[in-house]
Design a protein around this ligand. Structure first.
Ligand SMILES: [Zn+2]
Length: 306
């Protein structure tokens, strides 16, 4: 159906037709804020874009749902602050892109541009500010440990993965039974000076030494690093690629049960909690990355992203 042919119909009737024509989208209307450019001066655009959650805060992952006008085979692109994010098909002719936000972003309006076929939509999403706890760290001069280039190169390459397949299904699982000691996003003062680029890029679980570490979701093991190979900050570390730009990383392990290339199931034991690398005591540092950016894992555990 060519939407432009309906442009002389009354607006409400046209919108109703669109909603009836795509019941799968209509079913999502309750859950997501559907944004459509509707003005009387121009024909109704059939490119429909919705963003979830409707009222995000810093650290949240935004899910951008795209229903193109026609299936011309082209991949929609999503652009935020001149950075392009790939969209992936999720069935029924729809596409989805995940966008990260962090404590380092400015709260307020976030401009999202979606281009599909010849159509373009600009959305503005209000991202709420969020108050993150702060810690004060006092280091004797020269005491701050530095990692090796090798470990950061390997970890950076892992975080940059964008695999077209989607391996995860449903909500992410808690990776360890230990108590949470440091939440995502905590900011720091080092020797009294605010570290403007630092935020806690994950969640810390103070589980028992040797307690099982579970894969939070299904995926492919794409990083295994060992303290003995120069992973001085991360310690023994596992990274899982869940596909479509989503990765989880597990630090400071005492034992690693998987190897690179293995496919793991959600809840599978992949190693054991430890205190390797730059850890002051036994704990798991668990990070979740979207397009290489550390986001709050909590919404992935509580609400999930399909
Ligand atoms: Zn941590």
């Amino acid at each position: 159906m060519k939407r432009s042919q309906q442009s002389n119909q009354p607006l409400i009737s046209t919108l109703t037709t669109i909603i009836f024509a795509v019941p799968k989208i209509a079913a999502r209307v309750n859950a997501i804020a559907v944004v459509s450019i509707l003005t009387l001066a121009i024909p109704v655009q059939a490119l429909q874009v919705g963003v979830k959650p409707p009222n995000p805060q810093l650290g949240d992952t935004l899910s951008v749902m795209i229903q193109p006008d026609s299936n011309d085979g082209s991949t929609p692109t999503v652009t935020v602050k001149q950075k392009n994010y790939q969209a992936f098909p999720i069935g029924n002719g729809q596409w989805r892109t995940l966008l990260p936000t962090t404590p380092l972003d400015s709260p307020g309006p976030m401009q999202i541009q979606v281009v599909s076929g010849g159509e373009k939509q600009n959305l503005t999403v209000q991202v709420r500010d969020r108050s993150f706890p702060t810690q004060s760290i006092w280091l004797p001069p020269g005491k701050d440990s530095e990692g090796t280039d090798q470990e950061f190169d390997r970890v950076d390459a892992f975080k940059a993965l964008v695999t077209p397949q989607k391996f995860w299904n449903g909500k992410f699982l808690r990776p360890n039974e230990g108590e949470i000691t440091t939440i995502y996003g905590v900011r720091r003062y080092y020797n009294g000076v605010f570290a403007k680029d630092y935020y806690h890029r994950g969640v810390d679980y103070a589980g028992a030494y040797g307690s099982p570490i579970l894969a939070a979701a299904a995926g492919r093991v794409a990083l295994v690093g060992r303290e003995s190979q120069g992973f001085l900050i991360h310690g023994n570390v596992i990274g899982i690629d869940h596909g479509q730009g989503v990765e989880t990383i597990y630090l400071h392990l005492s034992r690693i049960d998987v190897k690179e290339g293995d496919f793991v199931k959600a809840g599978q034991v992949i190693g054991a909690l430890g205190g390797t690398g730059a850890a002051t005591g036994p704990h798991l540092h668990w990070g979740l990355y979207v397009y290489g950016v550390s986001v709050d894992p909590v919404p992935w555990r509580l609400e999930g992203f399909e």
